[in-house]
Design a protein around this ligand. Structure first.
Ligand code: MFK
Ligand code: FAD
Length: 498
């Protein structure tokens, strides 16, 4: 019998995760931790077995757009993959969005919610994308306080019943710009039935969602983000037909191939202003804040999955007379990856902790400043880490890492988007600068890092502590020296942020 290589396998993705367990033991009071553990273990089992195997089987099923029915009627229907259909039901039943709004864990609700997602999402083929936007939409509606829309949409967005659960899209990007959203060309016109939108949305993921939040310029408004208004759109009318929306095509993408990312024409789409008729970008920022936190978490869980598979494979693959797990250089490579993964995990959960404290209204003034800064920093840092780490992990499987039906190349292809959508690295660096410009933010950030370093000062991490202190000092003097020189400040933003 010729040799056959054992493929990598996954165990229970909660039981096998020492980092998550130790983090939750530190963060959650004993009673809460015990009640959450059961849920995590169940999701960990689904993630490591049922959904992981499903994901491998379902690999070639991608969303399909049908634009016309047999009789020539324009229907624009998207069929998502079988796994996505199950993921939607699972998301509702397990409260993957709802937990943050039920607030049973008070200010720790975000930690609770993201722990659940962290365990299961790597096996759900980026179903995290619609969930992130659903969560962002719920937060935006609540924060902007439009009671009519809250009553209409919140019960659906936070439902635990798959029959009534809605997801939401986030339609911002147009051909004119995904970064410079102020260039948006979609216009909003008044009609006897209410506001109607006319324009093109160039990237809309989760096009199968029941609703979306989007931006348009009410006729007569001035240019830029200030002249835009935030609108609520239900994608289908009462008769089930699309609400003045044409789905032109699905994008043919490098990764996230299960996500139905489409180009849309809005041709008289009925829409409701969420909060007045201006300041659309500012109002949309509530959504960005939440979806960027999901993005950071998504990087952490992508890296964790790459690690889990890599470590397992190292115990199965033999080269030069020993398992890879016994080869010092391979182990050193995995150790580097593990360190990056831990860093991404802690940064993403730090953003989640702060978001949870803000939403539960227990955050101090300092924590609010920190939250505004840590969100873009976590998004941009983990976005870069995820691409580098999944690339290294794929290489760790040798040629098998490059062969599609192992499922492994998907790790890298899906990670590449994390630094692009929800704001690119440069755009997020500039956002971090805007956050820093607020009086006191840099001091609060330093104090927070110093507090964390103090615990490690006398440990064997001493050399790392020194290195972090030096780079903090460097950043502080660079910001101080550049304040009088806006061009220099902007040019160095990415260096500071990364
Ligand atoms: C697991 C994965 C989950 C993720 C799934 C996601 C699926 C994909 C979805 C997408 O990609 S959706 C599209 C995402 N698009 C972006 O992220 C846009 C990137 N561009 C930016 O973020 C630009 O910085 C921005 C459009 C915000 C700049 O626009 P402007 O017109 O130059 O606005 P400006 O003056 O910077 O900000 C306008 C107001 O908003 C200001 O308030 P004031 O009017 O009071 O001064 C800002 O302070 C406020 N603002 C901007 N960014 C903010 C913010 N407030 C809070 N937080 C922020 N991040
Ligand atoms: P550009 O804005 O043209 O950026 C090009 C380059 O210029 C980038 O490297 C950027 O960093 C750099 N740059 C831009 N401005 C500056 C500056 N001031 N200083 C320095 N550098 C700068 N959008 C949605 O609204 N909804 C969705 O559901 C959605 N889904 C997506 C799904 C996928 C798979 C992808 C790939 C994208 C999706 N997007 C979505 C769009 C995404 O948010 C944008 O592509 C992204 O924000 C970048 O915008 P852009 O493509 O116009 O690039």
């Amino acid at each position: 019998m010729s040799f056959l290589q054992d493929p990598p396998r996954l165990g229970n993705q909660y039981d096998d995760d020492a980092l998550l367990q130790s983090y939750l033991a530190r963060q959650l009071p004993e009673e809460l931790r015990r009640s959450v553990t059961e849920e995590l273990r169940e999701l960990g089992e689904l993630s490591g077995k049922y959904f992981y195997e499903f994901q491998l089987r379902d690999r070639l099923n991608e969303p399909e757009l049908t634009q016309w029915d047999a009789w020539g009627k324009r229907v624009d229907r998207i069929e998502v993959s079988p796994l996505w259909k199950e993921a939607e039901a699972l998301a509702a039943r397990r409260g993957l969005v709802a937990v943050a709004y039920e607030q049973k864990s008070a200010e720790l609700s975000r930690v609770h919610q993201f722990a659940l997602n962290y365990v299961v999402q790597p096996s759900l083929d980026v179903y995290s994308c619609p969930l992130a936007m659903t969560d962002g939409a719920a937060r935006t509606l609540l924060s902007l306080g439009n009671q009519e829309l809250i009553a209409r949409a919140l019960p659906h967005l936070t439902s635990r019943d798959p029959a009534t659960f809605w997801t939401s899209g986030q339609w911002m990007t147009e051909r004119t710009g995904g970064s410079d959203v102020g260039l948006t060309q979609t216009v909003a016109k008044q009609s006897p039935e209410g506001w109607r939108l006319y324009g093109t949305k160039w990237f809309t993921s989760a096009t199968t969602s029941q609703m979306a939040l989007t931006l348009a310029r009410p006729e007569g408004n001035g240019p830029g983000g200030k002249g835009l208004a935030l609108f609520f759109v239900e994608t289908r009318k009462a008769d089930g037909m699309l609400n003045g929306i044409l789905i032109n095509r699905l994008k043919d993408k490098l990764g996230t191939r299960k996500v139905p990312t489409a180009e849309l024409t809005l041709d008289g789409t009925l829409a409701i202003p969420v909060a007045g008729l201006a300041d659309g970008i500012k109002n949309m920022a509530w959504m960005l804040n939440v979806t960027r936190t999901w993005n950071a978490m998504g990087c952490a869980w992508a890296m964790r999955r790459a690690m889990a598979l890599s470590k397992d494979y190292a115990t199965r693959r033999v080269q030069f007379g020993a398992k890879l797990a016994e080869k010092p250089l391979h182990v050193d490579t995995l150790a580097g990856l593990e360190a990056e993964t831990h860093g991404a995990f802690l940064m993403a959960f730090r953003a989640a902790e702060l978001l949870g404290r803000m939403e539960a209204k227990v955050a101090s003034e300092e924590e609010l400043l920190l939250q505004r800064l840590v969100t873009p920093l976590a998004k941009l840092t983990t976005g870069k880490q995820a691409v580098a780490a999944t690339s290294e992990a794929v290489e760790g499987f040798g040629g098998a890492g490059y062969v599609e039906d192992t499922g492994l190349p998907r790790l890298l292809a899906d990670a590449q988007v994390m630094s692009i959508w929800e704001g690119t690295t440069n755009v997020l660096s500039l956002d971090a600068l805007r956050a820093l410009a607020k009086e006191g933010t840099l001091d609060v950030f330093h104090a927070d890092v110093e507090r964390r370093l103090a615990a490690a000062k006398d440990s064997r991490l001493k050399p790392c502590v020194k290195a972090v202190e030096e780079s903090l000092e460097h950043a502080r003097s660079w910001v101080a020296g550049s304040l009088a020189n806006p061009v220099g400040l902007e040019a160095g933003a990415r260096r500071f942020a990364l």
